[in-house]
Design a protein around this ligand. Structure first.
Ligand SMILES: Cc1cc2nc3c(=O)[nH]c(=O)nc-3n(C[C@H](O)[C@H](O)[C@H](O)COP(=O)(O)OP(=O)(O)OC[C@H]3O[C@@H](n4cnc5c(N)ncnc54)[C@H](O)[C@@H]3O)c2cc1C
Length: 707
């Protein structure tokens, strides 16, 4: 994290010290518009008796006309700043002339004023279309303004677009400061008092906690095709604010040139302005998109927002960026068609790269749909990175000569810095030997002795990305909840069809147990501050046992589970389809035996959920697995657990459990982890209970994540 801060400062330093070579300089400068406007007018309307290409700079009457036009324009615009702005026009004039001939590079300020005074002496009034002039002429006020304003309209839009891009960051900064404040209140326990205010309860129950339409953790689909994940209501609200702001920024504050000096029609002018606005806004999104994809994120630490939330922002902001890119491309395409310049444009390198970048961005969006992430995660991931590299490269080439490269540079910088930080975290953890054991037909338990690792600690509910040092999968990283029981780090992984399946096959070939070097990158995620409230309700569904269990183990280890003294009521509800997951964690669950907790175990007969669709087919391996491991009889484990928990058949009635756990005027922390449908239902039920019990302070924490 510190490294990222240092690198960010370094990048700012580099950007600020590059004398404008990285940062796009301000474009809307009247000294420039006056210079360019007058030059354009002279070229279009007047001819001189001298016909060389450098007439404007070499032929005194033309040069005098030009600079007196510049001077008068600035006077018209009220730049009475002791000629400071006029002095700046020398730079513009010099660089324009230098493009004609290097000899103009030493043109001094005194010669500049001399030329102006000389021109003023001999100047005459001009008539449009005057030919073969041999003396300086005065450009009329209307033309002076019209021509300069044409440049201003164009440049103002470029600066405004960049400014609006920065304002999007301000919006998110405000959101994160508010979230950080709420997070502080949550961790300090002050929230318990604040939550009891009715308005706050309404906001929490209606906006902050519930799902949008009943789905958040669970994928939504159409016609059995998985499309993606729906942001929660809070995430949707933040994204709605951003989209609204973005729409306003896209459509607001255009200065137009009423005389259409550069364009054939008003439509073409509008196309140009909208294209530029959309293009620059698209670029301004880049660092934001990269920032929200990073695992090592300072904002996550500040706000306790889950990585899922950042990934939701990453996706929706990315999609908006692609819409901007499409608007940019379509407007330019229409513009070149309407001006009969398509042939020329198609041959231009920057145009080709622009079209290519838009196509690549569209592919990124299409191949990021839920279907690809769910069924081909690794292919999606590496495809995503390769397409992103191609996209940034083509964007760079697209604007190489125009500017706005700082958005690309800072994105690449952020991406590389974060990758380095990941490697740093891996090195800190090291590559200790872990024991992998087949627990059941599709469950593997990974145990790492804590004395093999130093400088590493884990809080309950956190997760880490595991790297298994097997030649076929060592580069892959997969997130798993890690349970730290004091002496060991424990991961129980359900066998799916990718890396986990490879481990499973290896285990089968080795009698169900192997040793392998493993590294963990993390820990990531926050630990829910459940202990501040009067009562705690922990709900675990299926594979979601380790998160809530880790909280309880932590409370046991820290001797905080003195229920009599603390007057806390702690309820732990486990709902599981089979009992395999209980077998995996039985040693840890047994630690709760003498604590006197209220534990309810529901053994359900639920159908296979989407979450488990991608698991290996247990039937295929049943016989092989049975010979590898002595499967524990299910009844054995239930007998053991019966001594300190209530065992029930069927699904838990979440609403009834919640209702029973709420005490009037008291605070309750609800922590839930489990199958997507299970957490979505609990989330919505808790939101409903918050509205029904405004006198109680109910907090909701979810440990399930999916992206
Ligand atoms: C925060 C978090 C904690 C998790 N904790 C556990 C746990 O304790 N035990 C457990 O069994 N599973 C856990 N999972 C799920 C676990 O990460 C996947 O099952 C695992 O990555 C599957 O690997 P695979 O290559 O065999 O998957 P595949 O068969 O390729 O894919 C199976 C599913 O896993 C998802 N997946 C695959 N790779 C990743 C990845 N790198 N990042 C995110 N999702 C991925 C895919 O989208 C797909 O839905 C957790 C996931 C998250 C996000």
């Amino acid at each position: 994290m510190k490294l990222i801060i240092v690198l960010s400062f370094l990048s700012c330093f580099l950007l600020n010290n590059a004398n404008g070579s990285f940062v796009t300089p301000k474009k809307d400068l009247w000294e420039r518009h006056a210079t360019s406007g007058c030059a354009y007018y002279l070229k279009k309307k007047l001819t001189w008796s001298y016909s060389e290409a450098d007439v404007m700079c070499s032929y005194q009457p033309a040069f005098g006309t030009w600079i007196s036009c510049i001077y008068d324009t600035l006077q018209d615009l009220d730049f009475r700043d002791n000629n400071v702005t006029f002095d700046k026009t020398l730079m513009e004039v010099r660089s324009t002339c230098q493009r004609q001939d290097e000899k103009f590079k030493d043109f001094s300020l005194s010669s500049y004023y001399e030329a102006l005074n000389n021109a003023t002496k001999y100047i005459q009034n001009s008539t449009d279309g005057l030919k073969d002039l041999t003396y300086p002429v005065s450009v009329d006020k209307f033309s002076r303004f019209a021509y300069s304003n044409a440049y201003h309209a164009f440049a103002h839009n470029l600066d405004a677009s960049n400014r609006y891009g920065v304002l999007l960051y301000v919006y998110f900064a405000i959101v994160f400061v508010i979230a950080g404040l709420c997070n502080f209140l949550d961790h300090s326990g002050i929230n318990v008092k604040i939550f009891k205010r009715r308005l706050i309860q309404k906001i929490r129950g209606k906006i902050m906690i519930p799902t949008l339409f009943g789905y958040h953790a669970d994928y939504v689909g159409f016609n059995k095709v998985v499309i993606g994940l729906v942001p929660s209501r809070l995430e949707s609200t933040i994204l709605f604010g951003y989209s609204l702001l973005h729409l306003i920024f896209l459509s607001k504050n255009y200065v137009t040139d009423n005389h259409n000096i550069f364009y054939k029609t008003k439509l073409i002018q509008y196309l140009k302005l909208i294209a530029d606005r959309a293009g620059i806004l698209a670029f301004a999104h880049f660092p934001l998109i990269v920032l929200f994809s990073t695992r090592n994120n300072l904002i996550e630490l500040l706000t306790d927002f889950k990585y899922t939330t950042f990934v939701a922002f990453h996706k929706w902001i990315g999609r908006t960026m692609v819409i901007d890119a499409m608007v940019h491309s379509l407007c330019y395409l229409l513009q070149v068609i309407l001006t009969n310049a398509l042939g020329y444009a198609i041959r231009a390198r920057f145009f080709q790269f622009g079209i290519f970048a838009t196509c690549v961005a569209t592919c990124i969006v299409i191949f990021s749909f839920g279907y690809f992430r769910l069924y081909y995660y690794e292919t999606f991931l590496y495809g995503h990175i390769i397409l992103a590299i191609l996209f940034f490269y083509s964007c760079w080439k697209h604007v190489e000569r125009f500017g706005w490269k700082e958005w690309v540079i800072s994105s690449i910088f952020l991406w590389i810095a974060e990758r380095l930080l990941r490697i740093f975290r891996l090195v800190i953890f090291g590559f200790p030997k872990a024991k992998l054991k087949l627990i059941d037909i599709d469950l593997v338990k990974v145990t790492i002795k804590k004395h093999d690792i130093r400088y590493w600690s884990m809080r309950p509910g956190q997760y880490a990305f595991a790297y298994f040092m097997s030649p076929v999968i060592f580069w892959q990283s997969h997130p798993f909840t890690v349970l730290d029981d004091g002496n060991e780090l424990i991961i129980v992984l359900r066998v799916k069809k990718g890396a986990t399946s490879h481990l499973f096959k290896k285990l089968i070939a080795n009698n169900g147990a192997i040793e392998m070097r493993v590294s963990l990158e993390g820990p990531y995620g926050s630990s829910a501050p459940v202990y501040h409230s009067d009562d705690i309700l922990l709900l675990a569904g299926g594979s979601g046992v380790p998160g809530p269990l880790a909280h309880l183990i932590n409370l046991v280890n820290e001797n905080k589970l003195d229920l009599v003294q603390s007057k806390k009521s702690i309820k732990f509800v486990i709902a599981t389809r089979g009992k395999k997951i209980l077998q995996a964690y039985q040693n840890e669950i047994m630690k709760l035996k003498d604590v006197g907790l209220d534990i309810e175990l529901y053994v359900t007969n639920a159908p296979i959920s989407v979450d488990e669709n991608d698991s290996i087919n247990p039937v295929d391996f049943h016989d092989t697995v049975s010979t590898c491991i002595p499967l524990l009889e299910e009844s054995d484990i239930l007998e053991k657990f019966k001594q300190f928990m209530t065992i029930k058949r069927g699904r838990p009635d979440i609403e009834a459990i919640l209702e029973k756990s709420i005490r009037q005027g008291k605070s309750l922390s609800v922590l839930c982890c489990g199958a997507p449908l299970f957490v979505d239902v609990t989330r919505d039920m808790t939101a409903m209970k918050i509205l029904q019990h405004p006198d109680s302070a109910i907090s909701y924490y979810e440990e399930f994540q999916c992206w």
